[in-house]
Design a protein around this ligand. Structure first.
Ligand code: CDM
Ligand code: ATP
Length: 284
């Protein structure tokens, strides 16, 4: 059996720069991953099967709509062999939450089955397959700090990244990515500043000061409580930035120390027991 964690994707900033003829939006985003996520395991079996457990298991189906099964079928088709596997998914991340949980699951499934089945696809081929499953799958295949552009197919890895801690807060409201993009008013809002080197936490925070998430306003129209989550996070001692991730509704806070992030997480969780709250390091 081989296992992996499909970690939560966080868009530290997200600028929408245009729209393609097919309706997909062009983006620029600094993407990182938090050290928490869904657990996936695969082992050889005659048939292909998926078992889902965990706190958010109900949000995803066992049908071909599940991105884990979609990824497995795609790998079967591309390899031309009807290979089997027993796949287990422990769904720890909220669904349709802006954390790319489904995309991270698909990415890890592609990598795990490529190893289990010895199909030998290159990283580029897996990224191409991933893009056909979802715009966030290629970045999730990388799993560390990346500058993403296009609709998610152009990726530039950030060679070094400082220690930072992230607080994730989900208010329990799901928003549809397609609906958030549909509500976005396309207009020039200013380019993302060039990325030089992120040697210190201050470098990252200075860069982020001149950035934004363009999907925050349309997501807030759909889920006004996002504003409350942002102000609660921003009020925590040591929080250097609070913002929404992806198409929402999960919001995050950035901290320089692990203890301040953990104290903020337990304070928020005790005030809002129904919210999903996690504090963890940013993957480097
Ligand atoms: C918002 C982000 O999470 C930022 O990382 C991604 O751009 C979304 O990635 P994703 O959830 O994998 O998105 P997909 O499943 O490919 O697309 C869902 C829907 O969102 C819209 N969509 C998505 C990505 C994009 N660049 N432009 C779009 O307009 C499209 O209507 C699409 O039908
Ligand atoms: N394994 C899976 N985990 C989560 N969602 C899945 C999965 N398979 C299919 N889905 C479907 O995909 C949709 C998007 O789920 P996901 O959790 O990836 O969204 P998201 O976090 O908003 O993504 P993004 O950050 O890319 O906008 C949901 O509507 C869900 O039903």
């Amino acid at each position: 059996m081989i296992t992996a964690t499909a970690r939560a994707k966080v868009n530290l900033c997200l600028h929408v720069t245009g729209k393609r003829a097919d309706g997909y939006h062009l983006l620029e985003s600094l993407v990182v991953f938090a050290e928490c996520g869904d657990d996936i395991s695969v082992e050889c079996d005659k048939e292909l099967s998926l078992e889902i457990s965990g706190p958010f298991a109900d949000g995803t189906g066992l049908t071909d709509d599940n991105l884990v099964l979609k990824a497995a079928h795609l790998l079967q088709t591309e390899s031309g062999a009807n290979l089997g596997a027993k796949i287990r998914l422990v769904k720890n991340l909220p669904v349709a939450a802006g954390l790319g949980g489904g995309s991270a699951d698909a990415a890890e499934t592609l990598k795990l089955l490529n190893r289990l089945w010895k199909t030998g696809f290159s990283a580029q081929k897996l990224a191409d397959m991933g893009l056909s499953l979802g715009a966030d799958v290629p970045v999730c295949l990388v799993g560390r700090p990346v500058l993403m552009s296009g609709i998610g197919e152009h990726l530039r890895e950030i060679p070094a990244f400082p220690k930072l801690y992230i607080l994730l807060v989900n208010i329990g409201v799901t928003v549809s990515t397609a609906e958030v993009f549909r509500r976005l008013e396309l207009r020039a809002r200013g380019d993302m500043p060039p990325v030089d080197r992120f040697m210190t936490a201050e470098d990252v925070l200075d860069f982020l000061e001149n950035t934004r998430n363009d999907l925050e306003a349309p997501a807030r129209d759909l889920a006004p409580d996002i504003a409350m989550a942002l102000s609660v996070i921003g009020a925590q001692d040591g929080c250097r930035l609070s913002r929404m991730s992806g198409s929402g509704a999960t919001c995050f806070g950035l901290f320089e120390t692990e203890d301040k992030a953990a104290i903020a997480a337990s304070a928020i969780q005790s005030h809002y027991p129904d919210w999903w709250v996690r504090a963890c390091p940013v993957s480097r």
